[in-house]
Design a protein around this ligand. Structure first.
Ligand SMILES: [Mg+2]
Length: 267
């Protein structure tokens, strides 16, 4: 696609860090970009792979940065996991290796959480568990070993999560530990898999040719768009350098220096 094709996009699916802000610093174009999308009758959603925080935590962060936001503006890998499980095993009993907020979200979607009684589980769900204990690793390993057919789902494949001082292990790293121990590999929900994008399209009713993902990572953001059959737009305001882009086998539908470039195509 070219820059002028941006005018046909009715739903923008934005990555957050590196795309609309960097750490605690809002990009100067972000308020005008979001306002322009709404004022021209378009829509946006914020997409995040992080399943350790609740939507409320994210709303609070955007409001702190000066962006008005509400829960309905977000689509998280936790929500997409609840949606996937509702479509494949509604009401199932789940063993959840995740935070209290992930357990609450899944319980609210009609699932019974059986962490106190692991043998009752009909599915194991792995999230980005900042409340991880060895007992959970033990329970998950035993369940997946004793019951080779037991469904096993991970909210997101990220190996690490950035902090102010470096990286900490994310869901993908813990799944790697479990794989080393048991040989089991989960069905993954978050980016770069297309499920979150499909949920966004289902929620809004906007067809694929009018949707675009906008993000700063090729291997998660852009790829999730391409995997779902929609435009994957790369912005060079975050993690991806021109060298990384050059070396990547996956090519974005469009490359922008930052998401602020979208504004003038919509007005
Ligand atoms: Mg990002």
């Amino acid at each position: 696609m070219t820059r002028s094709d941006l005018a046909r996009i009715r739903l923008f699916l934005f990555d957050l860090d590196g795309t609309l802000y960097l750490g605690e610093r809002l990009f100067p174009f972000t308020p005008e970009l979001l306002r322009t999308i709404r004022e021209t009758g378009r829509r946006y959603l914020f997409l995040t792979n992080n399943s350790s925080k609740s939507v409320g935590d994210y709303v609070a962060k955007l409001v702190r940065l000066g962006i008005s936001a509400e829960a309905a503006d977000f689509l998280t890998s936790s929500q997409a996991t609840a949606w996937y499980l509702t479509n494949t095993m509604p009401g199932a009993r789940l063993y959840v290796c995740g935070t209290a907020s992930l357990r609450e979200e899944l319980a609210a979607a009609g699932f019974q959480i059986v962490n106190d009684e692991p043998d009752a589980a009909e599915c194991v769900v792995m999230g980005y568990d900042t409340e991880l204990t060895y007992q959970k690793l033990l329970d998950v390993s035993r369940l997946l070993t004793e019951r080779p057919g037991l469904p096993y789902v991970a909210t997101n494949p990220d190996l690490v999560c950035p902090t102010e001082w470096g990286f900490v292990p994310d869901c993908g790293s813990v799944c790697g530990m479990i794989q080393t121990a048991t040989g089991r590999v989960p069905k993954v929900v978050g980016k770069p898999e297309p499920l979150m994008i499909r949920l966004a399209m289902e929620r809004t009713g906007i067809p694929p040719e009018q949707c675009a993902v906008v993000g700063d990572r090729i291997y998660t953001d852009v790829k999730s768009g391409l995997n779902a059959g929609i435009a994957g737009i790369l912005v060079l305001s975050g993690e991806t350098t021109p060298e990384i882009l050059e070396a990547s086998a996956d090519k974005p539908s469009l490359v922008l220096s930052d998401a602020g470039e979208i504004i003038k195509q919509l007005t």
